[in-house]
Write a protein that binds this ligand. Structure first.
Ligand code: SAH
Ligand code: TYD
Length: 406
């Protein structure tokens, strides 16, 4: 039993993925012996409906000066954040003289660059020094710290309150969400908005995309659980907008209670969540069974290909793939190497299973028969550029929403 991180109700795990290494913990052979593992237990809170990890590594183990994820590796995501920024500017900043925007988890500046280019006052809060330095070198104002209630007060003292507080794929990374919500409340102007997006629980359950669960993803959010959290701070969801990013995400638009009209979409999405059973423990028992089925099918497919002597290479050393590889027991004899365009990952080995990670040229110079699409959330972008692989006779192996060869 652990206490829910949001409402403190004692909760039990509905599933264990077993011992897991860090999702982004790509490592060298000299580090194999000291590799860190924790038990990845997932629970559902019957009171506030938050799905969450019950055990997690310390934040400094995950976010530091050698953080492996650079947002700029996907050109599709760069376009997505340009559109996100455009929405913020048009819908929420036009009425303000000298507007101020804060982003938490700004990484290499993929979103804030759009505000910097438009000459809008901005501040990124990004604790992983190596990625923050990329943003700083591009002229994006960034502090290398973890966002918290204390930091929010400092930001207000130095800059005044913010018109918009933005966060993408980071809110769900933070177990101490109460400090974050408290900080946002202090930081936002009376008519300011909080806009954030994260992978959506509804998509994960619907697609059995269990690889969204790993150390950095403390939570899988729904409109219901997010509404519960922010209500405790006198804030409310005023709109929700589903997104295609990361295999299905939700954008939440939140303001101080009563500051803005609440869209009908919020109520409709809550009703949809009830219809999907996202408020019932049985749904997560069913989810666990679907994960087990998916695991069995993927392992069987890879073992079958190995028996036929086929070459299989992984495409995209995503943090998500750490869950799939270790949960399914995928070993270097089943997947020869993983191709990835991120320099900091290349020449290292995947967490746990120790599959080599190689530069993209290793993939193109000698195409395998099968590529296992670990970066399935970037499928359209990847398929569009990999026509030569298909022409060479190559095929894709996918596992979301179902295991198969496409
Ligand atoms: N927003 C980017 C990056 C997401 S990765 C994108 O969507 O592509 C999550 C980022 O959040 C990492 O760069 C990590 O260092 C940062 N992060 C983690 N905890 C944080 C905290 N408490 N405050 C601010 N940033 C944090
Ligand atoms: P991503 O799916 O965005 O994130 P996460 O680590 O959160 O699961 O990571 C994409 C990874 O795939 C990243 O390491 C870069 C790599 N990649 C490629 O190698 N080629 C590509 O064409 C794309 C889009 C990504």
């Amino acid at each position: 039993m652990k206490d829910c991180l949001i409402c403190k109700t004692p909760i039990e795990p509905f599933m264990s993925f077993g011992k897991m290494p860090l999702g982004n913990g790509f490592l060298l052979p000299s580090e194999f012996e000291q590799e860190y593992f924790y038990e990845m237990l997932v629970g559902f809170c019957p009171v506030c409906n938050m799905v969450q990890l019950l055990e997690q590594p310390d934040r400094e183990r995950m976010f530091h000066e050698n953080y492996a994820f650079f947002s700029g590796t996907s050109s599709f995501m760069a376009k997505h954040f340009a559109l996100f920024a455009q929405d913020v500017i048009q819908d929420y900043l036009t009425g303000s003289t000298d507007p101020f925007v804060v982003e938490m988890g700004s990484n290499d500046g993929i979103m804030l660059q759009n505000f910097a280019q438009a000459g809008i006052r901005h501040l990124g809060v990004e604790p992983s020094r190596n990625v923050a330095e990329v943003a700083i070198a591009r002229g994006i104002r960034t502090v290398t710290e973890f966002f918290s209630a204390d930091l929010a007060s400092k930001i207000v003292a130095e800059n005044g309150q913010a018109d918009a507080f933005l966060a993408a794929n980071v809110m769900c990374h933070i177990p101490y969400l109460h400090s974050i919500a408290e900080g946002i409340k202090v930081l936002l102007k009376p008519n300011g908005v909080l806009m954030f997006e994260d992978p959506y629980l509804g998509d994960v359950v619907e697609k059995t995309s269990y690889d969204q669960i790993y150390d950095e993803h403390t939570f899988l959010f729904s409109v219901t659980s997010i509404g519960y959290l922010f209500a405790q701070y006198g804030m409310e969801i005023v709109d929700v907008v589903p997104q295609h990013t990361h295999g299905g995400s939700m954008r939440y638009i939140i303001s101080h209670k009563g500051a803005r009209p609440v869209s009908e979409r919020v109520h409709a999405q809550r009703q949809k969540e009830i219809a999907m059973g996202l408020n019932r423990p049985e749904t997560f028992d069913q989810f666990r069974q679907s994960c087990e089925t998916s695991r069995g099918q993927l392992k069987q497919l890879l073992e079958g290909l190995k028996a036929e002597g086929k070459r299989v290479v992984g495409y995209g050393a995503t943090s998500k793939s750490t869950t799939v590889i270790n949960y399914c027991g995928i070993t270097p004899d089943l997947v020869e190497f993983i191709s990835d365009t991120t320099p900091i990952k290349q020449g290292k080995y995947s967490p746990g299973a120790h599959i080599p990670v190689m530069g993209y040229e290793k993939f193109t110079e000698n195409y395998p028969e099968y590529a296992l699409l670990f970066a399935w959330n970037h499928k359209d972008e990847i398929m569009a550029k990999e026509s030569a692989f298909i022409q060479s006779g190559g095929r894709w192996i996918v596992y979301v929403p179902a295991v198969g060869i496409v």
